[in-house]
Ligand binder design. Structure first.
Ligand SMILES: Nc1ncnc2c1ncn2[C@@H]1O[C@H](COP(=O)(O)OP(=O)(O)OP(=O)(O)O)[C@@H](O)[C@H]1O
Length: 480
């Protein structure tokens, strides 16, 4: 019944370090995170096709998005201008990246400066932060030294594996490059981590360094992805601080996230002293390509019926249902399965291998519905996800106060890099109504209520979202 991790923003301006940026970084003493299932029709209000092919013409629209200076995907420059190696440029083109996004264009020149400088960078979800820090890492690795030179830490096993995949893909033309995951893996017991780039979770990284299976002496870059989460949460923050203290000498510290609440930013600046800082105001954080909707359910127990009805509106698209507690994830899985739906469920109750199987089946499209907790609220990039459902409004650990950061990360699992998506939040009483409205106020965004008893209108609304996005309306206007 325990609550899963919950987590707790700054105009796209670059703040120069207050002091001289001569020194690359800090030392170890610094302070230291059924197929949509075809819900076979029962209760299905619509023709079940509304979201079927939202894998829309993203490619076509992307060029427009990247030409709009107000868009976070905007780019005036090319990767070629960043003076990356030919091998890296080949990797980027292999990944079909035509131009850098705004965060890549802004962060990369600063990240690549010599001597290296620390960085704290914020950009909306799905705008390519991973590629930004990965390109810096791959540009700095010395292939002749097969020892960990870059350590990337992420809050979940799934995100660490995903980042590793991006770095390996991007670096595929760099001859001799070795990358490894530092996540719990019983099959590796006692084996050394002999690779240039390691991506892991803080607990495992700390453990492996202490047991001398990771040699930290050559580490020259430490990246914390989802850095506000990594530094804010008691356990994770402590582990990140310890990992940092175990790395000798000076190294470049890089902190990335879509959110940096004020109470974390001070700590972040101590963790990455004299960093170049790229921040956004929280009004700039929501992505217009993500249509935010809510349904006021008659009671908590009737949320499930509403959920099932809503599923009738989609056929092949992938979706994620977020709940607050592991027990609710398991209960929903059991009920939906009993009701004939094919769903996958991932929460902290599952062990490593089982978790890998669940996320892999969701990525491949074998499982179209994923029920999960905040453990997957951050970073996970599955482009086919067109719908996010907040079965529970995200709240802080006390269950009472709204958690705007987690809300933003959860809905950001859709609408990735210019794609469109729908985020539906179920509310059922005054407190949940107030929590959602507090979140909407915080981001100065609109959450459109859907009429519960008029499913034709619900379907019409969603179809309109998709049509508008095809016309390039909603996404082009995003983040003014
Ligand atoms: N320059 C680019 N051109 C085209 N696609 C890109 C580019 N950069 C990144 N992408 C794609 O955009 C998607 C989102 O990128 P990424 O996962 O790095 O987002 P993010 O900013 O880290 O999001 P989050 O805050 O949710 O972690 C990925 O599928 C990635 O492959």
């Amino acid at each position: 019944m325990a609550t899963e991790e919950s987590n707790p923003p700054g105009a796209a301006e670059i703040t120069k370090p207050a002091e001289s940026t001569e020194t690359p970084t800090t030392t170890h003493n610094a302070i230291d995170k059924p197929a949509a299932d075809q819900l076979d029709g029962a209760g299905s209000p619509g023709n079940g096709n509304a979201l079927a092919d939202t894998e829309l013409k993203v490619e076509v629209k992307l060029a427009d998005l990247q030409a709009d200076p107000d868009n976070p995907l905007y780019s005036a420059k090319t990767f070629e201008e960043l003076q990356l190696s030919d091998e890296l440029l080949k990797g980027i083109h292999q990944m079909n990246f035509r131009k850098p996004s705004k965060i890549q264009e802004k962060a990369l020149p600063l990240l690549l400066i010599n001597p290296p400088q620390n960085m704290i960078a914020q950009s909306q979800s799905g705008t390519g932060k991973t590629a930004a820090f990965s390109l810096n890492i791959l540009s700095r690795v010395d292939i002749s030294n097969v020892a960990p030179q870059a350590l990337v830490l992420a809050p979940s096993r799934e995100l660490a594996r995903q980042i590793l995949g991006v770095i390996s893909h991007m670096g595929q033309f760099i001859e001799g490059l070795k990358t490894m995951a530092a996540v719990p893996d019983p099959s590796r017991r006692g084996q050394k981590y002999e690779a240039h780039v390691l991506v892991g979770t803080p607990g495992t990284a700390m453990d492996m360094i202490r047991r001398r299976l990771i040699d930290p002496r050559s580490i020259k870059i430490l990246v914390l992805d989802e850095a506000d989460n990594m530094l804010d949460q008691g356990g994770l923050g402590e582990q990140c601080t310890r990992v940092k203290a175990l790395i000798p000498g000076s190294f470049q510290t890089v902190l990335f996230s879509a959110t940096f609440p004020e109470h974390v930013i001070n700590f972040a600046q101590k963790f990455a002293p004299n960093a170049n800082v790229i921040t956004l105001a929280h009004e700039e954080l929501t992505i217009e390509g993500i249509k935010q909707l809510c349904i006021d359910c008659p009671s908590e127990s009737e949320k499930y019926d509403v959920l099932l009805k809503f599923y009738g509106l989609m056929s092949q698209a992938s979706s994620i249902i977020f709940v607050r507690k592991k027990a609710t994830a398991e209960e929903l899985e059991a009920r939906m399965t009993a009701d004939g739906h094919k769903v996958a469920q991932l929460s902290g109750n599952l062990e490593g291998d089982a978790r890998d199987r669940v996320i892999d089946s969701f990525r491949s499209g074998e499982a179209k519905v994923l029920i999960t907790t905040n453990v997957l609220a951050r970073g996970i990039d599955v482009q086919s996800v067109t719908m996010v459902i907040n079965f529970d409004v995200p709240t802080m650990a006390n269950g009472r106060d709204p958690d705007p950061e987690t809300y933003l990360h959860r809905i950001g699992r859709t609408g990735r890099f210019g794609r469109v998506g729908v985020a539906l939040t179920l509310i059922h009483d005054r407190p949940s109504w107030e929590q959602l409205h507090a979140i909407a106020d915080y981001y100065k965004t609109e959450v459109q209520p859907l009429p519960l008893e008029d499913w034709d209108t619900v379907e019409e609304t969603i179809t309109k979202v998709i049509k508008n996005s095809r016309a390039g309306k909603s996404t082009v206007d995003m983040v003014k």
